[in-house]
Design a protein around this ligand. Structure first.
Ligand SMILES: Nc1ncnc2c1ncn2[C@@H]1O[C@H](COP(=O)(O)OP(=O)(O)OP(=O)(O)O)[C@@H](O)[C@H]1O
Length: 227
């Protein structure tokens, strides 16, 4: 098994190529994340953070370059195989929770497991365990609209970890929260990542939070470099 959870080689992404509106967002990006490594990504708004995370998480494909996840070259896979690799290895946390409003906190964590073929009993047990680990057992039957912003985001963290991904990608996971709540959600996120030994790439504007990670990178002039 590869010691690298994520490897990008020479990744470029150019929107509206060859037109007056051409945007060169990523150019020749190289990035490796080792197993168990927690890496911060600090980048100004509009610099290509989301584009990079989408490519790393197989939601978008680069114009050139290679994306390897868990030892597999994703750029060579057909759509169905890419989707399966994403489902089995990557978890996402976004700035806004994107929980399904009509389902309870527990159901939001059960559903991705059911989609991956886990039995209802096992999925419910894992959802209960995850909610317990972020201090939300008393909120398991609440719908997202009945939860605070910090609680919603803690549920979103549990959902991202539902299928025990090898790689967690987080795009400003606390960007929508006040400083105190942001701290709590961030602590929960990093603790769960460390406890399970997964790798993470966490984009944040918050330099204090970024400093707690193993390594901090920045995105500058379409390249990823040490911060
Ligand atoms: N589908 C697209 N078509 C054209 N341009 C795009 C597309 N997606 C992103 N861009 C442009 O690429 C640049 C990077 O966008 P991206 O969303 O990756 O930035 P970001 O760093 O995540 O910004 P923010 O922090 O504000 O979300 C921006 O200038 C954006 O306008």
């Amino acid at each position: 098994m590869s010691d690298m959870t994520l490897g990008l080689r020479g990744v470029s992404r150019i929107f509206n190529k060859g037109t007056p509106g051409e945007v060169r967002v990523l150019e020749g990006v190289d990035l490796d994340i080792a197993r168990g490594e927690v890496v911060g990504l600090v980048a100004p708004s509009g610099s290509g953070k989301s584009t990079l995370l989408h490519i790393a998480g197989l939601l978008d494909t680069p114009d050139t370059g290679e994306v390897r996840i868990a030892g597999q070259d994703a750029t060579r896979l057909r759509d169905g195989a890419r989707t399966r690799l994403r489902r089995d290895t990557v978890g996402f946390v976004y700035q806004f929770h994107h929980l399904l409003p009509e389902f309870t906190a527990a159901e939001n964590i059960v559903l991705p497991q059911r989609a991956a073929g886990v039995s209802r009993a096992d999925a419910e047990a894992r959802a209960a365990m995850l909610l317990g680990s972020v201090g939300l057992t008393p909120r398991a039957t609440h719908r997202p609209g009945e939860l605070s912003g910090g609680e919603q985001q803690r549920v979103a963290v549990c959902r991202a970890l539902a299928n025990a991904p090898q790689l967690l990608l987080a795009d400003e996971p606390t960007g929508n929260l006040d400083p105190g709540t942001s701290e709590t959600v961030f602590d929960v996120l990093v603790r769960l990542v460390r406890d399970t030994g997964m790798s993470a790439l966490i984009a944040t504007h918050n330099l204090e939070l970024a400093a707690r990670m193993d390594r901090v990178l920045k995105l500058e002039r379409a390249r990823v470099i040490p911060a």
